[in-house]
Ligand binder design. Structure first.
Ligand code: PLP
Length: 437
């Protein structure tokens, strides 16, 4: 019997030298961010107090390819890129499916998720432009960890507001963030006036990404030294394009395996890991090089793209950010305390939303129990304990593989394993004990 290829590896030279910007290839232009008062488009300069100029330039850019600075590429290599593409033959055998299942393992870096891909780039541009401290929010803690790691690499200070429910569920994220030298607070916190206001109304508030974003932005806006900046780990255009290193590697790996994708699957919180794996392959589809279906998976408890409206809304809860046109559940939506903290966001990246509205991306939703069941099956076949967020993509992959079995079709499925679940074991324990809501 021929030995099947377990994983497809690239060399360091194959790590992309450019970010891919899908804004260059959309059929209709992206709707611009609007000022909440005047409803006029916000000019790029309005973002300069919050982000480095290069990041703002990328946010508005319609250039197809943006060169990756050598220092950023070096840090990407140091963080573990290129990442392997695995063939999930043990899962295939268990499901008895004719489908071929591949997964990109983005959990194989010091932080355990795809988030360093953009954290490294953002920390670098901040360092170049003289930022002293970066403030940010984090849901499940992966983003806070990635930014703490990346600011450490480039010698910046970092302060993180972490959604209370995850802060309590995942205490070791705090330890990681502090080990890298950053500061962390549970949000809503008593360190900002917005946090104080929320706590006064509801002292046991479990928090939300929208609230944590408001707190981080308030810190930057009220810093008298003007040397602080804000950083967002998802949603915005520049974050999506930084993540395309994932899909550009996958494209090369599929070519080495002599495969064309039929299904490309990823989970969506703000949309970045899905954009990362899918946008380069969507570009290929537009050029007639594949005919894949792109499936974005969200939790039933935070169904922004399957149940939300495609309209202008605030990115935060306090209503301090410009309005973004996106699928949204409304800025005041507080999702239930599911363990996939990275998927608890009321909105969705404008680029991903645009492609959902166009029919290029198909959204689906699953509930927490079936997602953990898929995560445990993955651990018991492939041996990897996935992040609960990534387990959403695994659930959709399993469903597609079973559909292939019913139809006897040997389709090629590729999903993004956005992170490992080794700091999410509390959720797994509850599932195994039958105590998961
Ligand atoms: C943050 C996170 C997500 C969700 O964020 P996106 O921007 O939608 O990718 C998914 N998986 C993991 C492991 C994460 O850390």
């Amino acid at each position: 019997m021929a030995v099947q290829r377990v994983k497809i590896l690239l060399s360091e030279d194959d790590v992309p030298k450019e970010f891919y910007n899908i804004a260059a290839d959309l059929k209709t232009p992206l709707a611009p961010p609007l000022h909440p008062g005047t409803k006029e488009p916000v000019p790029p300069e309005a973002f300069y107090p919050l982000f480095p100029k290069e990041v703002v330039r990328q946010e508005y850019s319609t250039e197809r390819f943006i060169p990756i600075p050598e220092e950023v590429r070096e840090a990407l290599l140091r963080s573990g890129r290129p990442m392997p593409l695995f063939r999930a033959t043990r899962l295939e055998a268990h499901l008895k499916t004719p489908a071929k299942i591949y997964f990109k393992h983005e959990g194989m870096n010091p932080c355990g998720s795809h988030k360093p891909n953009t954290a490294i780039a953002q920390a670098y541009y901040n360092m170049k432009e003289g930022t002293d401290t970066i403030y940010t929010e984090t849901g499940a803690g992966q983003w806070g960890t990635a930014l703490a790691y990346s600011t450490m690499l480039f010698g910046l200070k970092c302060e993180v507001f972490m959604v209370r429910v995850s802060f309590d569920q995942k205490p070791y994220r705090k330890a990681m963030i502090e080990t890298y030298g950053a500061k962390i607070h549970a949000s809503p916190s008593p360190h900002t006036s917005f946090g104080k206001k929320v706590l006064a109304e509801k002292p046991d508030h479990t928090g939300s990404l929208g609230i944590a974003i408001s707190e981080a932005i308030e810190k930057v806006a009220t810093d008298p030294t003007h040397k602080s900046k804000y950083s967002l780990g998802s949603v915005l255009n520049h974050v999506m394009l930084h993540q395309t290193v994932i899909g550009q590697e996958v494209r090369q790996q599929l070519a080495l395996a002599d495969e064309t994708p039929d299904y490309v699957i990823g989970c969506i919180g703000g949309g970045s890991n899905f954009a990362g794996i899918s946008f380069p392959l969507i570009y290929d589809k537009m050029k007639g090089k594949n005919n894949a279906e792109f499936i974005a998976v969200e939790p039933e408890s935070c169904p922004s793209t399957t149940k939300g409206k495609f309209e202008y809304d605030f990115g935060d809860t306090a209503g301090m950010t410009p309005l973004l046109k996106m699928y949204t559940l409304g800025k005041d939506y507080v999702p239930s305390a599911i363990h996939a903290g990275g998927l608890r966001y009321h909105g969705m990246a404008p680029t991903v939303s645009h492609l959902v509205a166009d029919g290029m991306i198909k959204p689906v939703a699953y509930n927490q129990k079936e997602v953990f069941e898929a995560g445990v099956l993955f651990a018991r076949t492939e041996g990897i304990i996935p992040a609960p967020e990534s387990a959403h993509a695994i659930k959709a992959t399993i469903d597609k593989a079973l559909e292939c079995k019913r139809k006897n079709e040997a389709k090629t499925i590729v999903f993004n394993l956005s992170g490992h679940g080794l700091l999410d074991l509390g959720g797994y324990q509850q599932y195994l004990d039958g105590k998961l809501a």
